[in-house]
Design a protein around this ligand. Structure first.
Ligand code: LLP
Length: 848
């Protein structure tokens, strides 16, 4: 068959404006010059956001609100048609179809996946009709080119919304397409009955790959908003390098373990026919990209790292599985029963641990039902089975051919895992990946340490292209970039500088959370007096852990609400809490025995241990059997007797799992845990204090915890378990991003090929890098914007090797006297500083 077709695929953002379509025109001209003998099949998605609107159309029709959605869709396409100078009349038939289906649904109140597919497919029809008219090329209904396959046992939803197509090469296909350039739809196909079906998530890439295989294309090009696949997700690892070449199985592995550039389903069709798949960036049409093709060599090496978040682990410990035929089959049957798809598996004689991929939404209650079934399955006469479900994990995978042959070289990489808790490790028998599952908070740091270890020194390796460049428009200016002039005028360095507008913004964002009734600031993060005064003026309460914090809060914010959560405290400590009128939280039963009179007849909160800590480092996880904090749920009965005897009323329960948590689920899990415990107090508990711990991004551009997502899970909790007030007591979230540490460079020293930039202050001002391996961005404020020229460790003047503020940092040519800025230093910076070596820590100032 003559191999003279090339297939190009463009996603939603590439078809949404006139500029985008002009770009496509330019790319087509470029390809026409390069491959004059070729015909081109262009596969397009719907205009950005249109698929989401269409997804909601039938839901709206059920409530007779579909007209609004249709109006919005028409407006959006009218705008694009005007920009393109194309007659909107071209779309009349598509809109009539949408109207017909929506009206039908509104009348019959019946909604089926079949109708949903009909409606959603229109997005691609709308965009391609406009595009073909603008480009003056042939338009083709893709349903004449792609047939889905009937899958036995497929539900209607799967059949219509997540269909699969055969991709055997069809020699008659080129004959059906005579034009030089043909434009068609992604995401859509036709079933054997002739009904319209959709290809599910990532469907347009998959369509393009099917079409490339069926038409026997010479190459497939996926045009997207990044240059290609990288050695790691550049959002986590800014030094990530473009991968110039991958083989199909490596790309498949990378896509399946978390890289989002390609959908894993689009690789098998091109792999079967050996069609090279190129990824290019629509924004830089002439820049090199990644090509995925048959392996050129058989060399074993790690080519990339990938990570997936929202991973849930399910682990069953049972003696029963030892030598029992069919046990695993029964076990996996339980997952099938509850519609749960398994990702990774690790087994031993008495334990099976599997991970669930969080990208598919779970049915409510599915995990609870699974837990009950697995417990039943694992039980025998003598032994109870133990089932553990751990949410909020991430997987980190090392990808590359023949990983096993590299194990001996991964020694230093494996050392990094030493301090992190690894929940699961698997090494695929395909010999393509080594995967570990860790707490989500660990993943970003693990990724960047592993990346530094595995890829530094590969500067000249021809496999790797340029490092990822942040698209300029995506850079959100920080307050300290905006106020650089003010900062450089400040005297008295080293100096912590805090920005009041950022503090105000952080407070406002938290106060906007509708699920939270009261907000307290955990003073320990930063007890600066000006900051406390400001928070007091904003109506924020204070969470204190010592008499010192109580007195400072009372003095600076007379009428503020105070929470008091001391730990292993003395009688005097507790007394101080009652004296200033703070709400006292007891985190042990011992004080009731030691000093019963002090507590008799009072209203108290209890701090409970939810059993599992979370946080960015093991030192900051404050729950679980190894942790000194809180009362174990098993002690609650004993607690109740003691409390009743002393006439103490428990009005609130408290839990704090740890610090620097980036996913919302731990707080909703805490709320559920506390609500279950609250029921044991006969209705006196009205407050559930969910602690602090809200994480912020360590790196520029990292998003940190999403408050929106947190508010959502807590709102869901409150509707399921009404009657409780939820309180939160964050420290870091309120102050971290508002503070920077400014310090001058004393010396720049070269030693044995390494560069050290030595600044005036180090771990005596900021101990977090030394203590937790924490990452703080460091920039040369004096030379902000100058190109990076050196790779250096930024170190302080303290006599310890741990006195490093940042390892391997890229900086402009830096000189003595330059001012360096250490970012995100507002929390646990000055608060944890010391006079070690009798060096004064940095002073502080608050900018209005
Ligand atoms: N509530 C209680 C009971 C706490 O123990 C803590 C912090 C918080 C609230 C506030 O947590 P935050 O929202 O700031 O994460 N020095 C470490 C953090 C230690 C946190 C100790 N307890 C660091 O620099 O990362």
């Amino acid at each position: 068959m003559p191999n003279n077709w090339i297939v190009l695929k463009f996603g939603g953002t590439s078809v949404s404006t006139r500029a985008a379509w002009e770009n496509i025109r330019g790319i087509l001209e470029m390809r026409a010059q390069e491959f004059p003998e070729c015909q081109v099949l262009v596969v397009c998605s719907a205009v950005s956001k249109v698929s989401d609107q269409l997804d909601g159309l039938l839901e709206a029709a059920m409530q007779e609100r579909h007209q609004e959605v249709l109006d919005r869709l028409r407006e959006r396409h009218q705008q694009l048609a005007d920009e393109l100078g194309v007659d909107i009349g071209l779309l009349d038939e598509e809109f009539r179809e949408l109207e017909r289906v929506a009206t039908g649904v509104a009348l019959t109140q019946e909604w089926t996946p079949r109708l949903q597919a009909r409606v959603m497919s229109r997005g691609e029809f709308l965009s391609t009709r406009l595009g073909a008219a603008f480009l003056g090329v042939a338009w083709q209904d893709v349903r004449e080119l792609l047939d889905s396959e009937d899958e036995p046992h497929a539900t209607p939803a799967r059949h219509y919304l997540s269909a699969r197509c055969g991709y055997a090469c069809d020699e008659t296909l080129p004959g059906k397409l005579s034009a030089r350039v043909v434009l068609t739809q992604g995401f859509v196909a036709r079933d054997p009955k002739g009904d319209t079906v959709l290809l599910g998530r990532g469907g347009s890439d998959t369509s393009a790959a099917y079409l490339a295989a069926r038409i026997g294309a010479r190459r497939l090009e996926i045009w997207t908003d990044v240059r290609g696949m990288y050695t790691a997700d550049p959002r986590h690892v800014p030094n990530a390098r473009l991968l110039r070449r991958l083989d199909y199985s490596e790309a498949q592995e990378l896509a399946s373990t978390g890289a989002k550039v390609l959908h894993p389903r689009c690789l098998p069709p091109v792999a079967r026919y050996g069609i090279p798949l190129h990824i290019f960036n629509t924004g830089e049409p002439r820049a090199e990209g990644t090509v995925i093709a048959s392996a050129a060599t058989d060399e074993g090496r790690v080519k990339a790292l990938s990570t997936k978040s929202r991973v849930t682990l399910v682990s069953l410990e049972s003696q029963k599985m030892w030598q029992q035929v069919g046990f695993l089959a029964d076990l996996f049957g339980c997952f099938r029963e509850h519609g749960l798809s398994i990702d990774l598996v690790a087994t031993s004689e008495t334990n099976v641990t599997v991970s669930l991929d969080g990208s598919e939404p779970l049915e409510p209650g599915a995990l609870e039902r699974l837990e009950a079934d697995l417990t039943r399955l694992g039980q025998d006469e003598d032994n109870r089975a133990s089932v553990r479900i751990t949410s909020g994990c991430s997987s980190v995978s090392l990808i590359g051919n023949r990983i096993r042959s590299l194990l001996h070289r991964l020694g230093p990489a494996l050392e990094l895992f030493e301090e992190e808790q690894i929940h699961l490790m698997t090494q695929a028998s395909s010999d393509l990946n080594l995967t570990v599952v860790v707490d989500s908070e660990q993943a970003p740091r693990l990724m960047s340490s592993l990346h530094a270890l595995l890829f530094s020194g590969a500067e000249d390796d021809p496999l790797f292209g340029p490092a990822w460049k942040k698209p300029a428009e995506k850079h959100v200016e920080t307050w300290w970039e905006r106020r650089r002039g003010d900062l450089l005028k400040l005297g008295g360095l080293p100096l912590y500088v805090y920005d009041k507008p950022t503090l105000a913004d952080n407070v406002a964002r938290l106060q906007k959370m509708t699920a939270i009734k009261r907000l307290y600031y955990a003073i320990k993060a930063n007890p600066n007096e000006d900051i406390l005064r400001f928070f007091g003026s904003q109506g924020v309460g204070f969470e204190c852990v010592s008499p010192g914090e109580l007195h400072r809060a009372r003095e600076l914010a007379h009428s503020a609400n105070l929470l008091y959560t001391p730990n292993f405290a003395s009688r005097d400590d507790y007394e101080a809490g009652f004296q200033v009128g703070a709400q006292v939280t007891l985190d042990s039963l011992e004080p009731l025995e030691l000093w019963p009179d002090l507590f008799r007849g009072r209203e108290l909160f209890l701090r409970l241990d939810p059993g599992q800590g979370k946080g960015h480092h093991k030192h900051v996880r404050t729950a679980g059997p190894q942790s000194k904090f809180g009362i174990a749920p098993a002690q609650l009965e004993q607690a109740r007797t003691m409390l009743d005897e002393l006439g103490i009323k428990v009005t609130g329960l408290h839990s704090h799992r740890g610090s620097g948590i980036l996913e919302p689920e731990p707080w909703s899990d805490t709320a559920l845990f506390l609500a279950d415990c609250a029921e044991r107090f006969g209705g006196t508990v009205r407050v559930l204090d969910l602690g602090g711990g809200l994480g912020v991004g360590e790196r520029l551009g990292d998003e940190g915890l999403s408050l929106l997502a947190l508010d959502e899970v807590l709102t869901r909790f409150s509707s399921a378990r009404p009657g409780y007030e939820l309180w939160l007591e964050p420290g870091r979230f309120l102050v971290a991003t508002a503070g920077v540490l400014l310090t001058r460079v004393n010396q720049v020293k070269q030693k044995s090929g390494k560069t050290f930039v030595g600044v005036e202050t180090g771990m005596n001002s900021l101990i977090r890098p030394a203590l937790y391996g924490a990452h703080h961005e460091i920039v040369n404020l004096t030379r902000l914007g100058e190109p990076n020229a050196i790779l250096a460790d930024v170190v302080g003047p303290i006599c310890e090797s741990a006195d490093v503020l940042g390892h391997d940092r890229r900086l402009p040519a830096t000189q003595s006297g330059d001012v360096l800025l250490i970012a995100t230093a507002g929390a646990y910076g000055r608060a944890m500083s010391s006079h070690y070596n009798l060096r004064e820590p940095a002073a502080e100032t608050l900018l209005d």
